[in-house]
Write a protein of this length. Structure first.
Length: 65
């Protein structure tokens, strides 16, 4: 995902390339954008209720069904 694509409320999935294996493939919703608009960090509320911070390039958008 590109930094400018990430919007609050967007559903996302953690990429399978993330170093932390326990988070790979998990889904959630962006709740906050932090840092530079060109290189955003994103706070994501995962479906299990935990909150995690990711770089924009660690996430992929989830297509709405």
């Amino acid at each position: 995902m590109h930094s400018e694509e990430a919007q609050i409320g967007m559903r996302v999935r953690v990429r399978n390339t993330l170093l932390r294996a326990e988070l790979r493939g998990r889904e959630g919703e962006i709740t906050e954008r932090l840092g530079s608009p060109d290189y955003a960090a994103l706070s994501v509320l995962l479906d299990d209720g935990s909150q995690q911070l990711f770089w924009h390039h660690e996430l992929d958008p989830v297509d709405a069904v």
